[in-house]
Ligand binder design. Structure first.
Ligand SMILES: Cc1cc2nc3c(=O)[nH]c(=O)nc-3n(C[C@H](O)[C@H](O)[C@H](O)COP(=O)(O)OP(=O)(O)OC[C@H]3O[C@@H](n4cnc5c(N)ncnc54)[C@H](O)[C@@H]3O)c2cc1C
Length: 416
């Protein structure tokens, strides 16, 4: 093995978790060798604009970069694009790269993220059915939308979103706000209900509908058909529901969840957790010595939540990546940051959330839903489990302090 085939640190994955680890290492004064190997074609970028500014054509790829273009060279981090890690020998600490190179490492971070869940119903292979994970997917949707608009006499293709969670709501809002009214089809009754409950879900629906989105809850998508009624080839023309009815569609975007990309971890023999992510301890260490995990792939023992959690949010992934780097630089404390999440539905609704509350038996609302600016506490007994601020309502910093402390709260004093 040549001397170039060894690195002190190997960061696997080209998302925000790996990029944040690289930045934190250099900011923390680490002067060893660092390789970031990703199978992406592009340098690490923020994914959230893919359903928001980027999809609306308001922001290009360069503006979404996590680190400026020259950062990697200036900081002597060897960024290797199109370089998937095919396998890891966890015992020998050697990675086999897509380039056929074998790379020995001192420590590794597995930050392979998540991949979209795909629908497996009749007709799901028809053209015009999209999934959204990368900015390139976002570009493809925009391109398809432009082509479909040309084919329509009124220039308005019929767009259907499958799923009423973040991707469905964000994409529907982005497209409708830029002139292409969209319809959301979802199993749940109200959008974002699984995250925030039905009361907030009804409010979210009202905001989407006020913006021109059609929202249909309680429906099951069982297939897709082309214009001839077939499902084998050609382009999608309708979405078939379980009750036998169909909804016309020129373009479909399915936002039906993500699943941890654990292929490499599995091959390497790393222990996986219940959610399919890499099982980690409270310091984000995997079951193999010298290998850590961070981001969407990481299922860790959270001292804050008192249970094992896996979070799929950008700031949480960034915090975990940076945390692992600081551990390598000598810090020694369990990972205990309160996970934070943000989302925008066009410029109609913006919200920030802490927790996230995985379960609750009560909510306390600060402010008023009618005024479209409020915050919600999610409580389980006398424990605060989560907090969400809509359109700037409430006090996120104060809530973070309460959640961080993990103390009991007096619901009456929370300002409901
Ligand atoms: C459209 C969209 C909108 C979103 N909006 C929000 C939002 O508003 N707010 C929010 O908080 N979060 C949002 N998220 C979620 C957020 O983007 C993710 O939580 C975050 O990207 C996770 O970062 P990560 O680094 O863990 O993983 P990822 O971003 O998934 O990156 C993992 C990387 O690893 C690479 N990889 C996988 N396997 C290998 C391998 N074997 N070898 C080399 N490389 C490999 C992948 O190609 C990928 O580049 C959104 C996500 C999407 C898709």
């Amino acid at each position: 093995m040549s001397s170039e085939s060894r690195t002190d640190v190997l960061l696997i994955g080209g998302g925000i978790a790996a990029a944040s680890a690289a930045r934190a290492l250099r900011e923390g004064g680490f002067d060893g060798s660092v390789v970031l190997a990703t199978r992406e074609l592009d340098a690490p970028y923020h994914r959230p604009p893919g359903s928001k500014e980027h999809l609306r054509g308001e922001q290009d790829q360069a503006e979404a970069l996590i680190l400026p273009e020259g950062w990697w060279e200036e900081n002597a981090v060897d960024l290797r694009l199109r370089t998937g890690v095919l396998s890891l020998d966890a015992g020998a600490k050697v990675a086999k790269l897509q380039t056929k190179e074998e790379l020995a490492f001192g420590r590794a971070l597995v930050a392979t993220g998540a991949m979209v869940r795909r629908l497996s119903v009749d007709g799901s292979g028809l053209e015009g059915i999209h999934y959204l994970r990368s900015l390139r997917n976002s570009d493809t949707i925009r391109g398809d939308l432009a082509d479909a608009a040309e084919a329509e006499p009124d220039g308005r293709p019929r767009v259907v979103l499958v799923g009423g969670s973040y991707i469905g709501c964000e994409v529907a809002a982005s497209l409708t706000a830029t002139g292409t009214p969209a319809t959301i089809l979802m199993q749940e009754s109200e959008p974002l209900e699984r995250t925030f409950g039905s009361e907030i879900g009804r409010w979210v629906r009202s905001r989407l509908e006020a913006g021109g989105v059609e929202v249909r809850g309680g429906v099951d998508v069982v297939g897709f058909r082309n214009a001839e009624g077939g499902d084998g080839e050609g382009r999608v023309a309708s979405v078939v529901l379980a009750d036998g009815t169909a909804v016309a569609a020129d373009i479909v975007v399915a936002g039906v969840g993500a699943q941890p990309d654990a292929m490499l971890a599995k091959r390497a023999g790393l222990e996986l957790g219940e959610s399919g992510g890499i099982r980690c301890d409270d310091r984000l260490r995997t079951s193999a010595a010298g290998i850590w995990a961070a981001g969407d792939i990481c299922e860790y023992d959270s001292v804050l939540h008192g249970e094992r959690v896996r979070i799929e949010h950008e700031e949480a992934a960034a915090a975990q990546g940076a945390y692992v780097a600081r551990q390598w630089l000598g810090e020694d404390a369990p990972f205990a940051e309160v996970p934070y999440f943000f989302s925008d539905l066009a410029d109609w609704v913006s919200f920030e959330s802490l927790g996230p509350a995985r379960r609750w038996d009560r909510t306390v609302i600060q402010g008023s839903l009618d005024e479209d600016r409020f915050a919600v506490w999610f409580l389980e007994g006398d424990r605060a489990r989560g907090y969400a601020s809509f359109n700037g309502g409430g006090d996120l910093d104060a809530a973070r302090a309460v959640l961080q402390a993990g103390e009991s709260v007096d619901a009456a004093a929370l300002g409901g």
